[in-house]
Design a binder for this molecule. Structure first.
Ligand SMILES: Cc1cc2nc3c(=O)[nH]c(=O)nc-3n(C[C@H](O)[C@H](O)[C@H](O)COP(=O)(O)OP(=O)(O)OC[C@H]3O[C@@H](n4cnc5c(N)ncnc54)[C@H](O)[C@@H]3O)c2cc1C
Length: 458
């Protein structure tokens, strides 16, 4: 239970309108997009500047209160769920774009800015912020940095860490530090920026970010290609890369996903089609037709069944339909899914899918695979079906073992949060885990910032 004195000090600092301790209000801060993880905090604070964040952390340290930072609450791994109670720090008042440095392709933003708002703002001046998770409409820059979020353009543009040039961070003990700069070349000191990117709010609270943007591509072209098997699609991906073309987007759906979407929206899939690639290239308008031609030729050499090119924005929407309808389509197969987010070196995607097929067969379950082919990121949905029995958890462990065997990673873009903590040892050996623990203890000696996330107890 929170100490009354602690509550009064927070109320003095923030005013009663920017903190709440009423149990009814706590429900709104007890969850993220992971359906299984729920935990109510004992209080919520809503600071609006770094000094307030620092004061809150000092108070939390004085009264031994856990603090969990929260952005848009769209994480899939319970990262912002306050599993040890304490207070949630809502970052939604940090919602300003502070500077757009057009000539240097830099923006400086507060962490509560919604990703889509930043994208729209830089789009206006002919620039682009490339990280593009499907949650752009509600996820925040702070949450994206904390999770090192990916998205549909990562095949060409990479993930969030490639765009974070510098950070302002409040450490768990209340010191305010600044890392990085606006400079492309910067080796002045350790690269502390990357220590915080992907640290899931366990090492510090981001209060400002210096981000890189790029010139907005003049045009883009969208295509889909279907194949009889995922192996054939994989051959096509290798052939596409061999042409030197680098698609911005290279998404895939496997047979089960395709069948589900066809059943849900009848978009015209043929029974012999066992895999779909959704491909997008961007760049200067005059060069793109040649790129599309190269992609088409590569697909034809690998036995493409249907190759479709968007001729208009309307066509593009049409081609994206199957990918966008997927989550809803899978609900037609079953309402309960065990989801996973993993990555493997991209040439091993077919091998991973074969292993997943074997797991499905062994445990009499349905496994649907889709995701970002271009960066090796597979989203796996597993279910026993609508009337199936309880899900065999052993299947999940077998997925992890298969990932590791193929030199993959157990978390690709959705983080570890509190749901994958016990599996981290599959990817991180003990000496490395100890180093991570030492970093955590150095920055957060009492272990009060976002406790029970990322690392298992030593
Ligand atoms: C429909 C849907 C689609 C999605 N698509 C994608 C996708 O394509 N790619 C992808 O990578 N992810 C995707 N996600 C997952 C999610 O949107 C991302 O993980 C996102 O980065 C979370 O941002 P958020 O603002 O919602 O953070 P939250 O969920 O609120 O928090 C996530 C983590 O960040 C920490 N945090 C938040 N703000 C700060 C801060 N200022 N300082 C320090 N730590 C902080 C929290 O403590 C927590 O650990 C999707 C989620 C949904 C629901």
């Amino acid at each position: 239970m929170l100490h009354q004195e602690f509550i009064h000090k927070l109320e003095d600092l923030l005013g009663k309108d920017r903190c709440t301790f009423s149990p009814e209000d706590m429900v709104a801060y007890s969850y993220d997009a992971n359906p299984e993880k729920r935990a109510q905090p004992e209080g919520m604070v809503s600071p609006k500047n770094k000094e307030e964040v620092a004061e809150i952390m000092k108070l939390a340290y004085a009264y031994d209160v856990p603090v969990t930072p929260r952005g848009g609450g769209s994480g899939y791994t319970g990262g912002c769920v306050p599993v040890q109670g304490g207070i949630v720090m809502a970052m939604d008042r940090f919602n300003r774009i502070l500077e757009i440095d057009r000539d240097n392709f830099i923006v400086i933003v507060e962490p509560g800015v919604v990703v889509q708002d930043l994208q729209a703002e830089v789009d206006r001046i002919g620039q682009m912020y490339p990280p593009d998770p499907a949650s752009v409409a509600f996820a925040t820059i702070g949450g994206n940095i904390a999770e090192n979020a990916g998205g549909i353009r990562a095949a060409k543009y990479g993930v969030t860490k490639q765009y974070v040039m510098g950070l302002e961070v409040v450490l768990p003990t209340g010191e305010i530090v600044r890392t990085g700069s606006k400079c492309v070349k910067d080796v002045a000191g350790y690269n502390l920026t990357e220590l915080f990117v992907g640290s899931e709010g366990t090492l510090g609270i981001i209060t400002k970010a210096v981000l890189k943007v790029v010139p907005k591509p003049e045009a883009r072209r969208t295509m889909t290609a279907t194949f009889s098997t995922l192996e054939k699609a994989a051959e096509a991906v290798s052939a596409i890369y061999a042409t030197g073309v680098r698609p911005a987007t290279l998404e895939f759906l496997d047979r089960i996903s395709l069948e589900a979407v066809e059943k849900a929206i009848a978009f015209g899939a043929k029974p012999e089609e066992g895999a779909l690639l959704l491909i997008e290239v961007d760049g200067s308008d005059h060069a793109l037709d040649a790129e599309v031609e190269k992609i088409q030729t590569a697909c034809e050499q690998c036995g493409v069944i249907t190759f479709r090119k968007a001729q208009s924005d309307e066509d593009r929407e049409d081609l994206w339909k199957a990918r966008r309808a997927l989550s809803f389509a899978l609900c037609e197969i079953a309402t309960e899914w065990e989801d996973d987010d993993i990555s493997v070196p991209i040439a091993r995607i077919p091998a991973m899918i074969r292993k997943l097929d074997q797991i499905a067969e062994r445990h009499h379950i349905i496994i649907a695979n889709f995701g970002h082919y271009g960066d090796g990121n597979i989203h796996i949905g597993m279910t026993t079906g609508k009337n199936g029995g309880p899900f065999p958890m052993k299947a999940k462990q077998e997925v992890v073992a298969a990932v590791v065997e193929l030199e993959g990673r157990i978390a690709a873009e959705h983080g570890i949060g509190c749901v994958k903590v016990e599996n981290l040892h599959w990817n991180i050996d003990e000496p490395t885990m100890n180093l991570m623990r030492r970093f955590k203890t150095l920055l957060d000696p009492k272990g009060l910032l976002n406790p029970s996330k990322v690392m298992p107890k030593g």
